[in-house]
Design a protein around this ligand. Structure first.
Ligand SMILES: [Fe+2]
Length: 281
């Protein structure tokens, strides 16, 4: 009799704990954004840019899979930090149909912009269903440009001595990264925007030295404590989240995403990254 009640109570505790973890992963963590603050050391950084900030926002995934008022609220919080540069590293929508283009425009009324510049690239989800709809990619590009985001599709832009290279997405139909890296300027400070970190392992870098800002993985969204995230959409499973020293003069940063694909996160909070620029000596 005693043993039976012990088993029953253990089962009740287990079920209660499971329910709490489930509720937390569904209703709390996906909307619990963290500002991650880091220093970004760049060679050749102009004197005037020392101490300025680059804010990275990635993978907002506007659509019907979660309440995107959270993205608008996060944008408002981010604006209060008055970033000098803002970069968007792709996956603006979780595309089902044209409704997401309207939803994105609604969110872009609150777009966070940098005092010195705002730059964006596309991710795989910006290419519509099965990532093959070029027309969707063009419409998303246009919506962002209309609100003042400079979209780089295998191109570069230099702002106040800081050279931003932007690659189009690896899984999309316009992936010509060499066009971007051809504009690498070793006399300047350089940052590459590249949605999918797997691109770091391709021979397309033109001896690039500098930082690479990526997204795409969402950090796996669910990560058991002390274990690797089981679901990572990359070939190189080392590319989960955070800083990766590629040991050849390139430093990769993988942002954990602000939005999510499915509304579940555990031990991988959504983030907006704020880099403070410093000069490499
Ligand atoms: Fe994504």
């Amino acid at each position: 009799m005693k043993r039976r009640s012990f088993v029953k109570r253990t089962f009740q505790w287990g079920a209660g704990l499971g329910l709490l973890i489930g509720l937390y992963s569904w209703q709390i963590e996906p909307f619990w954004m963290e500002f991650v603050r880091l220093k970004m050391q760049l060679r050749n950084l102009p004197e005037g840019l020392i101490g300025k900030t680059v804010m990275q926002i990635s993978d907002i995934h506007i659509g019907n899979s979660f309440d995107y008022q959270y993205i608008i609220d996060s944008f408002k919080e981010a604006q209060e930090l008055k970033p000098d540069f803002v970069v968007y590293t792709g996956d603006y929508v979780t595309y089902e149909d044209n409704e997401q283009l309207n939803q994105l425009q609604e969110v872009l009324k609150f777009v966070v912009k940098g005092a010195m510049g705002t730059i964006g690239i596309l991710g795989n989800h910006d290419y519509g269903i099965d990532f093959v709809e070029d027309e969707v990619a063009q419409k998303i590009t246009k919506s962002l440009e209309e609100v003042g985001v400079t979209m780089l599709r295998n191109d570069a832009v230099e702002i106040n001595g800081l050279n931003f290279l932007g690659m189009d997405d690896f899984w999309g139909s316009n992936f010509y990264p060499e066009k971007a890296t051809a504009k690498y300027n070793s006399d300047k400070a350089n940052i590459t925007l590249c949605h999918n970190p797997d691109v770091c392992d391709l021979p397309v870098w033109n001896n690039f030295k500098g930082w690479i800002l990526s997204g795409h993985t969402h950090g796996g969204q669910v990560k058991p404590p002390f274990l690797p995230a089981p679901l990572l959409p990359v070939k190189n499973k080392n590319y989960d989240a955070g800083i990766k020293d590629l040991k050849d003069g390139r430093t990769l940063y993988i942002n954990r995403a602000l939005g999510c694909l499915r509304q579940v996160r555990f031990n991988v909070r959504p983030e907006i990254t704020v880099f403070e620029l410093t000069r490499e000596v």
